[in-house]
Design a binder for this molecule. Structure first.
Ligand code: THU
Length: 135
């Protein structure tokens, strides 16, 4: 699975977004170290607070299936599903990544299969509070 393929899966996952309030559709594709992909989309709620981001949907699907080791995640999104800009994952999703991923975990934010940027987790969440703090 190369990065381009992972981005394509994230773009497809975005189509499933349930976002009637913000109309901002997000898709994610999470790759395990064993090579399996879990997809996610954002799922909004009339009460707003229960909204779940696409990244966390993908993580929680994978964790609930017993996955523990993750290599990278591709993320795309845009108003009405039009991907016009890169956007970075929210702080809550970064914290969830820090719970389950090591410092080599890569976050790919994409405009298209041809255009994307890659960041490491420490770049996006420096000085994070992690399970190590509680050990
Ligand atoms: N959203 C995500 O799915 N991921 C992020 O990293 C940022 C925001 C969603 C949540 C909400 O449904 C919509 O985008 C607007 O905030």
């Amino acid at each position: 699975m190369n990065d381009k393929e992972l981005v394509k899966i994230a773009i497809d996952a975005m189509q499933k977004s349930y976002s009637p309030y913000s109309k901002f559709k997000v898709g994610a594709a999470l790759l395990t170290k064993q090579g399996k992909v879990y997809t996610g989309c954002n799922i909004e709620n009339a009460a707003y607070g229960p909204t779940n981001c696409a990244e966390r949907t993908a993580f929680f699907k994978a964790i609930s299936e017993g996955e523990k080791e993750f290599a990278k995640i591709a993320i795309v999104g845009g108003k009405d599903g039009n991907i016009t800009d890169l956007f970075m994952p929210c702080g809550v999703c970064r914290q969830v990544m820090a719970e389950f991923c090591d410092e080599n975990f890569q976050i790919i934010v994409a405009l298209s299969e041809e255009s994307f940027k890659t960041f490491s987790l420490p770049e996006l969440l420096p000085f994070g509070f992690t399970p190590k703090n509680l050990s």
